[in-house]
Design a binder for this molecule. Structure first.
Ligand SMILES: [Zn+2]
Length: 438
């Protein structure tokens, strides 16, 4: 994905907001159609049928008919794609799009370019034998910093090339997506980044992802994802407080929340930028990158209230809040994005190592003991005395492809139960008899 900030004029902005409204309306119609479907009924209309219905709706509805047909049809196409990817995308069933929240639309290129096969020969239509012409977006580079794109009904809209695109060619894509969020317009081209060549040193790196240190590398380096500064966080709290106290529906309230959203967006941008730079660095410097396998979705599952050990029947007051705070901290690290982008840039050079006990295992002798981890940062092996930074130690374990032994399963497959064997952290210990024998 390459994404750039767009700078439309006032008039263009109005037109683009209208596109957003049309796209959202059409998308939500599709969601509604599909939400009526129940098992046993005739299947909900697919893309082709929906397009036919859209033509009819445009004829009957003046507001819809005045809009751009391509933009509306692309909203249906987006819906069809989201629907077919609902089991693999991680987003599940497509849901409602809300005003101010999910503003955006897709534009299909109007230029026609001959398509080619992977070997460079022209792609021919199997039936007619004619050259296949594909779509391409109309782009123009103005100078080193600026380029412009044709958006239906708006003419040329300018966007700023980010520094990394310096001297680089403009992305070639069939479609692009325009989004509006927090008062900013962005244009995104779906471009899969060129895989980065392996350096050929045969070097493998292990990465342990944590909250205190975002990524601890096995070579001893620690990388931290930039967060908001203390000052910025204080500003967020200030604006939140003021907005909460402002009168309902007042301009102060809206302005307060807009400021909060802007600061939060800054944090997200920082995180994304860091993930891009770090994943490029990893793909460029190492032949093999090993991540510990994490299931972020279950790790950040909502907390259940924990019972209070001191007062039976009562629940801990801050249990949920504490888990929510940890979840926020985990999501703020961008673990998933770092893994995903490294995977894009170094395809086939990524491995996921099962995670259990990577933080408790001694990277020198393999001994697994809870007591080896002295504190958040310190690791001192209780068997061989090896000392190291705890995160680096885990990173070395990951680099070696070593987790610990997987946790023994409580229940056996055929309904029987296996007996629990003491602590699962430690290896089997010699059994002590009452009086030591000499
Ligand atoms: Zn050891």
């Amino acid at each position: 994905m390459s994404r750039f900030r767009m700078y439309p004029t006032r008039g263009q902005e109005q037109q683009m907001l209208l596109h957003c409204a049309h796209a959202r309306y059409v998308w939500n119609l599709a969601v509604e159609q599909h939400s009526h479907w129940r098992g046993g009924r005739k299947s909900a209309p697919g893309f082709a049928e929906q397009c036919r219905q859209l033509t009819e709706a445009r004829r009957d509805n003046e507001w819809l008919g005045a809009g751009n047909a391509d933009v509306q049809q692309q909203a249906l196409k987006d819906f069809a794609k989201a629907k077919s990817a609902r089991f693999t995308s991680g987003f599940g069933e497509p849901t409602w799009r809300r005003k101010f929240r999910h503003e955006g639309f897709r534009v299909i290129g109007t230029d026609r370019v001959p398509e080619h096969n992977t070997d460079g020969s022209p792609k021919l239509n199997a039936k007619t034998g004619k050259q296949v012409m594909g779509r391409s977006v109309v782009l123009q580079k103005l100078n080193r910093r600026w380029a412009q794109v044709k958006v239906p009904g708006c003419g040329w809209v300018r966007f700023r090339l980010s520094p990394k695109g310096k001297g680089a060619e403009l992305p070639s894509a069939k479609t692009f997506r325009v989004t509006f969020r927090n008062g900013q317009w962005h244009i995104a081209f779906a471009v899969i980044p060129q895989p980065i060549d392996a350096p050929g040193t045969g070097e493998a790196i292990g990465i342990d992802r944590g909250v205190a240190v975002t990524a601890a590398l096995s070579d001893g380096r620690t990388l931290n994802c930039p967060q908001l500064t203390t000052r910025e966080r204080a500003q967020i709290r200030k604006h939140q407080r003021r907005a909460a106290r402002a009168k309902k529906g007042s301009p102060e309230k809206a302005a307060g929340y807009a400021k909060v959203a802007k600061l939060k967006a800054r944090e997200v941008n920082r995180r994304k930028d860091w993930c891009e730079k770090t994943s490029t660095m990893l793909a460029r410097t190492y032949d093999l990158v090993r991540f510990e396998k994490l299931n972020i979705k279950t790790m950040t599952a909502k907390a259940r209230a924990k019972p209070d050990p001191d007062q039976p029947g009562q629940y801990l007051k801050n249990g949920r809040a504490a888990k929510a705070g940890l979840n926020r901290a985990i999501l703020a690290q961008g673990w998933g994005l770092l893994r995903q982008r490294t995977g894009h840039k170094a395809p086939g050079r990524i491995e996921d190592v099962p995670a259990p006990y990577t933080s408790l295992r001694c990277s020198a002798c393999g001994w697994i003991d809870k007591n080896s981890r002295k504190s958040q940062a310190e690791f001192e092996c209780s068997s061989c005395g090896f000392t190291c930074n705890a995160d680096t130690n885990a990173g070395i374990n990951v680099a070696a492809g070593q987790g610990g032994v997987p946790r023994p399963r409580r229940t056996a497959g055929a309904g029987g139960a296996t007996p629990r064997k003491g602590s699962s952290v430690r290896e089997p210990q010699p059994a002590w008899v009452g009086i030591p024998l000499f």
